[in-house]
Design a protein around this ligand. Structure first.
Ligand code: NAG
Ligand code: NAG
Ligand code: NAG
Ligand code: NAG
Ligand code: NAG
Length: 314
């Protein structure tokens, strides 16, 4: 089956955008870096402002400015981040590429495209702490799927340091399996095919893109595949496309995520799209190990409850 890419661009007209509640438009002047406060005791209004600052800068094209900074000033140098559908990410460089760079090119093949608006639908924080819990519905412009406007729900816990920089975040993509199925469903309608046919088509599109990126950036010591055929064969036959929770495992979807970052640092990211997965696209954790991983330096429990003794994440 070969469907011209251009025919795909009409796919999303099959799905009428029905995004509600996107009250915050693209930020023409992104929020500046938070003012250093020299204490981690923030008021609720300050925590709300810090939360908004992150999401304002998450939107395209504000995220381009963060990406260009290499190490976003919104992040602490030793920031720790975790995303349920992928894995953990250490340090400002990686998180800048991952949270901002990944969603900053509307012309590049990607699952969800670029974030253009957000609405915070749940938020709570305690005064004189440095953390907040929120749910944010982000509208993505899925530019690879005919500019389909896709609402993506992201639950977050965020902790800021005394300089107003994010030092820890824990993010969950709510209903992500439903989202992936919706994208595949749009493809299936476009090709008049079954879900299986659409999945095969998506596999072909992603593999082509990853192999093109490999050819362009992963040369010399960074080369992962002998040639284009070896690349395509590996990506389409040796590994699964991946389930919705497997974007940090040995799957094609994981390599799709990391493909976006190769351009920023081929030496670091080429192994992630290669056969080894370079420690990021690997099946290194069982379900229980993932759930019980003791990753964060600092507890997410506010001190008042004194619950650290029962916290298995510490
Ligand atoms: C921040 O607070 C610490 C301790 O109170 C103090 O030593 C330091 O000089 C302060 N730094 C700034 C930039 O105000
Ligand atoms: C970004 O941060 C890393 C790690 O701290 C550092 O090695 C690198 O030089 C920084 N790059 C820029 C452009 O600031
Ligand atoms: C990330 O940080 C955690 C906790 O400090 C550490 O165990 C892990 O090895 C780090 N991962 C990478 C890829 O550096
Ligand atoms: C989505 O992206 C396309 C391509 O960049 C653009 O033409 C379109 O206006 C965008 N849609 C919205 C609602 O921003
Ligand atoms: C898909 O099926 C519809 C209805 O049978 C038909 O009108 C249309 O031409 C088909 N499209 C393609 C691309 O085969």
């Amino acid at each position: 089956m070969h469907i011209p890419w251009t025919s795909l661009l009409t796919a999303a007209t099959l799905l009428t955008p029905r995004v509600q509640g996107t009250r915050t438009g693209p930020s023409s002047s992104p929020s500046p870096s938070p003012r250093p406060k020299n204490t981690t005791q923030y008021s609720i209004q300050e925590l709300w402002a810090l939360e908004k600052t992150f999401w304002d800068n998450f939107l395209y094209p504000a995220n381009l400015e963060q990406t260009k900074a290499i190490n976003s000033t919104l992040f602490a140098p030793d920031i720790q981040g975790r995303v349920d559908i992928t894995r953990v990410f250490n340090g400002s460089t990686l998180n800048t590429e991952y949270l901002f760079g990944l969603f900053s090119d509307p012309t590049h093949l990607s699952l969800v495209g670029v974030p253009i608006a957000y609405s915070i639908t749940q938020f709570t924080a305690a005064a004189n702490t440095n953390l907040a819990s929120a749910t944010t519905v982000v509208t993505f412009n899925a530019t690879s799927f005919g500019n389909l406007l896709l609402p993506v729900t992201i639950d977050t816990w965020i902790m800021w340091n005394a300089a107003g920089q994010i030092e820890q975040y824990d993010a969950t993509f709510r209903w992500f399996g439903f989202l992936v199925d919706t994208l595949v469903g749009a493809l299936a309608q476009q090709i008049n095919g079954t879900t299986a046919a659409a999945t095969a088509y998506l596999t072909q599109l992603l593999a082509d893109q990853i192999c093109a990126t490999h050819d362009a950036y992963c040369t010399g010591a960074n080369q992962q595949y002998a040639d284009r055929d070896a690349c395509y064969a590996f990506l389409t036959q040796s590994i699964p496309l991946g389930k919705d929770y497997e974007l940090g495992r040995n799957t094609l979807l994981c390599r799709e995520v990391h493909e976006h970052m190769v351009q920023y640092d081929p030496a670091v990211h080429c192994p992630h799209i290669g056969p080894t997965g370079g420690a990021y696209c690997v099946d290194d954790q069982s379900y229980s190990q993932k759930v019980l991983q003791q990753y964060f330096r600092t507890s997410w429990l506010i001190p008042e409850v004194g619950g650290a003794g029962q916290d298995v994440w510490l």
